[in-house]
Design a protein around this ligand. Structure first.
Ligand code: PLP
Length: 377
């Protein structure tokens, strides 16, 4: 009897490897610089990182904070969100926007996404703006720039401030403008798996507005206008520390190369999978930095099981659409977001990160092709 050749002990391919991403980065040098300075919070490294990241992104001010969720919350507080204010956001992006909206005292106003890019649909936003949200958060999901110029235009004509959630899109650009320079404020996370990742938590809010930057600097540190002088209520302690800032300064110069590496893997997958019954990422151009390589298929569960057996790790970003999360589902029983719901039911992520060995990429390709070539697939 003829058998398909079986790999007895297939290589284990992780979804992400911090060790490979950080290979060759002088992390020890960054840490010793901080140890030698004896300054651990809000020192030289933070100041330098803020100015380097602001200039990389092309925005005047960068106010670093403790993580990406704080960045979103403080951006909303900087806009002076009032209790009960609505904030338009998407529902297919892991509940991060909603977490920040709830923390800031607001209420999410969910807007469906475009079926190709899975980012906020301008048509759906135009509808939602009739409900007079106090702000809009647009998420550049999986590294794909949203149709941000059109979203900005809609918000400007409605007089509603726009926040970009760039936690997955550091460096993504369209017509030479990078994610984070379109909105009134933009929020970043430097969680280790992000395109620009620290060795722990970190975040930042960027803005061209002097007034918003001043408010953010107060809000991140007890509401201080200067040391021990509290001029703003609603402040908190949300600071990036010197170690993380020093690490981020080592990694920022590599971001373009890292993004190109991610994009090359995504392009390889897109061409290998072109004939398969799968929805693939819409772009592998500059407007996509492949934070995650996400395919969509109704056969998600069987494909994931097959890949797991072949040693290929996968994950689902994100399995539960915001409006069906147990904590809030009762409030949204009559709300339907067809595209977002479909995406959450069919999306799955394949390994894609800078430093991923070519042979791993090829094994992922072979395994996906093998799944679809089986009779039962
Ligand atoms: C990671 C992420 C966040 C939250 O960032 P943290 O640093 O983990 O708080 C927010 N929005 C999006 C889209 C993210 O991917």
């Amino acid at each position: 009897m003829e058998c398909e050749p079986m790999e007895i002990n297939p290589r284990k391919i992780p979804l992400f490897s911090a060790a490979l991403v950080n290979q060759g980065v002088d992390l020890a040098g960054a840490v010793s610089r901080v140890l030698a300075s004896n300054s651990f919070v809000m020192g030289n490294e933070v100041a330098k990182f803020e100015s380097e990241f602001a200039s990389y992104t092309g925005v005047t001010h960068c106010v670093s904070v403790a993580n990406g969720t704080d960045a979103l919350e403080l951006a909303l507080r900087a806009l002076n969100l009032q209790p009960g204010d609505k904030v338009a956001c998407v529902a297919n992006a892991g509940f991060y926007s909603a977490t920040a909206v709830h923390l800031a005292g607001g209420v999410p106003l969910y807007v469906d996404v475009d079926e190709h890019t899975l980012t906020m649909s301008p048509e759906a936003l135009a509808q939602a703006l009739r409900d007079k949200p106090a702000a809009v958060i647009a998420t550049h999901l999986y590294g794909q720039l949203a149709p941000i110029e059109r979203l900005v235009e809609l918000c400007r004509s409605a007089g509603v401030p726009l926040i970009e959630d760039c936690a997955q899109s550091h460096g993504a650009s369209r017509n030479g403008r990078r994610a984070g320079c379109f909105g009134d404020l933009s929020c970043f996370s430097f969680y280790p798996t992000k395109n620009l990742g620290a060795l722990g938590d970190g975040g930042a809010v960027l803005t061209a507005s002097d007034a918003l930057a001043t408010r953010l600097k107060g809000l991140r540190q007890y509401g201080w206008s200067k040391k021990y002088e509290v001029s703003l209520l609603g402040g908190c302690n949300s600071r990036l520390d010197e170690m993380q800032a020093a690490v981020l300064r080592e990694k920022l110069p590599l971001l373009e190369r890292h993004n190109a590496w991610r994009r090359a893997i995504a392009a390889r997958y897109n061409s290998a999978f072109a004939g398969l019954p799968l929805r693939l990422p819409a772009s592998v151009a500059a407007d996509f930095v492949a934070h995650l390589y996400v395919i969509r298929t109704p056969k998600r569960e069987s494909l994931r099981a097959y890949l797991a057996e072949s040693g290929v790790a996968t994950d689902v970003h994100y399995p539960i659409v915001d409006i069906r999360q147990p904590a809030v589902a009762a409030c949204y029983a009559g709300t339907f977001l067809p595209v977002s719901e479909e995406a959450c039911a069919t999306a799955m992520s394949l390994p894609c990160y800078p430093g991923m060995p070519d042979e791993d990429v090829e094994q992922v390709v072979r395994s996906v092709l093998a799944f679809f070539s089986r009779a039962e697939a």
